[in-house]
Structure formats: C-alpha cells, structure tokens
Write a protein that binds this ligand. Structure first.
Ligand code: HEC
Ligand code: HEC
Length: 208
C-alpha cells in the first residue's frame, strides 16, 4: 500500500542522510543516531495515527486560495484583502441584488478582467466558514456532519480531489499563487487521514 512505500522511502532518506554525514565526515556518532531516531519516530507517526496527514490537509484548508471563499459574509481576494467592489454572500451564496458573482465570474479564469472563475463559483456555505477557527476546531467541524451540513469524510475527499472549485486552487490564473501543497499530496493525505479514522488534534495543542 501507498503509505508503506512512503515509510520505506523516508527510512531510506534517513539512512541516506546518515550515510552522507559519515562520508562528509561531519557530526559525531551520537548526533547521527539521534537524528535517525527522530526521523523514524516521525514517520511511524505518519503511518499509524493520521495526525501528520491532518496537518497537511489543514494547511491547504487555510491557504488563501481556499480561505477566500470560506468566509462569513464577504469573499476576500489575494492574500486576504477585501473584495473590491464590495460583494456579499446573499441568500443563495451567489451575491445579492445586482452584485451577483456570475456577473463577473464565469466558468474559467478571465485574463481580460482578471476575474478568476470556475463552474459553480459562489461563497462556501456559512456552515463551512472556518476562517476564524483553529486546526482542532476545523477538524471537529469537518468530522461532525450535524454541524457541517451533513458531509461525510468521503464527501470531503471527493470535493477536494474532483470539484472544480477545489481544483481551481492549483490553477488560479493571473498572478495568484497556487496552493503550495501539490494536489496529489493533498489527496494522499486525505486518504491517510480517513484511513486512520479522521483523528483530530486536541484543542490545547498548538497547531504547528
Ligand atoms: C469560489 C469559492 C470557493 C473556493 C475558491 C473554494 N471553495 Fe470550498 N466550497 C465552496 C462552495 C460553494 C462549497 C459547497 C459546495 C457544495 O456544497 O456543493 C465548498 C465546499 C467545500 C468543502 C466541503 C465539500 C463537501 O461537500 O463535502 C470542502 C472540504 C472545501 N470546500 C474545501 C476547499 C478547498 C480545499 C479549497 C481550495 C483548494 C476550496 N474549498 C476553495 C466554495 C469555494
Ligand atoms: C463586479 C464584478 C465582481 C462581482 C460581482 C464579484 N466578483 Fe469576485 N472578483 C472580481 C475580480 C475582478 C476579482 C479579481 C480581483 C484581483 O485579483 O485583483 C475577483 C476576485 C475574487 C476572489 C479572489 C480569489 C483569490 O483567491 O484571489 C474571490 C474568492 C471572489 N472574487 C469571490 C466572489 C464571490 C463569491 C462573489 C459573489 C458573492 C464575487 N466574487 C462577486 C469581480 C467580481
């Protein structure tokens, strides 16, 4: 299975690093074995608990490309600046009055107006506003269907791997920075987190 391969790869990496240090003649024996132990204990965590996978997932969820639509009342642009002109969610998450999202946002990025676009462009439902939440709170929200609009972990995985609004994060157009974690890595992390039983960090743990 995939995670097994990753683990083996990391072990090789750890061994390779130690070997390099021997060849380069730097670091004493103790340093090297300490490092190897550290890498090994980290990668066994990757394997069994799913916590490392969650860290990857939440890093994407908090990326501006994703967060800019997952807001309370108004979308944001770029690294979190106000959307000008001012637009609001409205009753159907697609704007209000004459300021409809679809007036300016289409199915694709528009290089002339610089408006980004993807099919279904709208603000995320209010239940999915995690812009003010900690990693633990986001995790609890996503794993509690009563709070998140009835979404299962498999729904989340499907959205993140296939939905055009999510995929747009890796093809945002203009000068926008795409999500910094490769899409494939996100999908693997989601699968690993789900396979581990969707564990959440505890509330008081700092999210580093
Ligand atoms: C243009 C606005 C927009 C952007 C950008 C956006 N989302 Fe969303 N997001 C939405 C909307 C709208 C929904 C609700 C979709 C639905 O219910 O069908 C949603 C739903 C979700 C869900 C719940 C999916 C489900 O139905 O189970 C997740 C998870 C999610 N988004 C993650 C992301 C991630 C990760 C990114 C960035 C890579 C992202 N979103 C970018 C608007 C956006
Ligand atoms: C009057 C036109 C107009 C309307 C209406 C409009 N937008 Fe925009 N929007 C733009 C333009 C233009 C940009 C690009 C701004 C820039 O990057 O400088 C933009 C950028 C964005 C971004 C930034 C993406 C990013 O990560 O940088 C989001 C999110 C967004 N709009 C969501 C919405 C939503 C949701 C609605 C409806 C509630 C909406 N917009 C309504 C014109 C509009």
């Amino acid at each position: 299975m995939k995670l097994g391969q990753v683990t083996r790869f990391l072990r090789h990496l750890a061994l390779g690093t130690s070997l390099l240090m021997v060849l380069a003649g730097c670091g004493d024996q103790k340093d090297r074995s300490d490092q190897a132990t550290k890498v090994q204990s980290q990668d066994s965590q990757v394997d069994s608990t799913g916590h490392q996978d969650w860290e990857t997932v939440v890093e994407v969820l908090l990326h501006p490309r994703c967060l800019n639509c997952h807001q309370l009342e108004m979308p944001l642009i770029n690294e979190g600046s106000p959307h000008i002109p001012r637009v609001v969610r409205g009753p159907d998450n697609m704007g209000s009055g004459t300021m409809r999202c679809s007036n300016c946002h289409s199915n694709q990025n528009n290089p002339v107006t610089n408006a980004p676009g993807a099919p279904g462009w709208a603000m995320a439902p209010i239940t999915l506003n995690w812009s003010h939440m900690s990693s633990a709170q986001i995790c609890n929200l996503l794993t509690t269907p009563q709070d998140n609009g009835g979404r299962s972990p498999e729904n989340l995985l499907q959205f993140m791997s296939q939905n055009p609004l999510s995929l747009w994060g890796w093809n945002p157009g203009g000068k926008r920075q795409p999500v910094n974690i490769p899409h494939e890595k996100l999908v693997e992390a989601m699968k690993g987190w789900i396979a581990a039983g969707t564990p959440c960090p505890t509330e008081h743990t700092p999210t580093d």
